[in-house]
Design a protein around this ligand. Structure first.
Ligand code: FAD
Length: 108
């Protein structure tokens, strides 16, 4: 079975990279496809308790996927990641820095 930490780091890289390259003005078709992707991803994620908790988190009204723009989607993914950070006792990431970390690159 995959190593949960390595799987997590690789998966977050994929997920945040998807938000970083997401259109600023996605078509309604792409928005629907993105939601379908997220629900399917949350079912297929190859760590069953992670997948189950992620599905539960997404089911709460306040956490339903926000995919209407790159900014919204990037922040939503940051909040999703923070929910896992909190659960694991890791520090919470400042979502104002999402763009700098995953899209434009850290400024030195
Ligand atoms: P990671 O949490 O993997 O983060 C990688 C990098 O992302 C960080 O170094 C930081 O630069 C950046 N980052 C951190 N937080 C944010 C944020 N909020 N927004 C944007 N960027 C950020 N592990 C478990 O043990 N139990 C679980 O139930 C579990 N559920 C998971 C569910 C999902 C959907 C995913 C994708 C992963 C899950 N994981 C779970 C794995 C866990 O989230 C971590 O990936 C793993 O513990 C490795 O952590 P890390 O400290 O190396 O950094």
């Amino acid at each position: 079975p995959p190593d949960i930490e390595q799987l997590g780091r690789s998966s977050w890289m994929l997920l945040h990279s998807i938000t970083a390259t997401y259109p600023t003005q996605p078509s309604s078709q792409l928005q629907n496809e993105t939601k379908t992707f997220l629900y399917t991803f949350s079912k297929l994620y190859p760590c069953w308790h992670c997948a189950s908790d992620f599905q539960q988190w997404m089911k709460e009204d306040k956490n339903s996927p926000r995919v209407s723009s790159r900014e919204e989607f990037g922040r939503w993914m940051c909040e999703a990641h923070n929910a896992v950070n909190v659960k694991l006792g890791k520090s919470v990431f400042d979502c104002n820095k999402w763009d700098e970390r995953w899209r434009t690159g850290w400024k030195d």
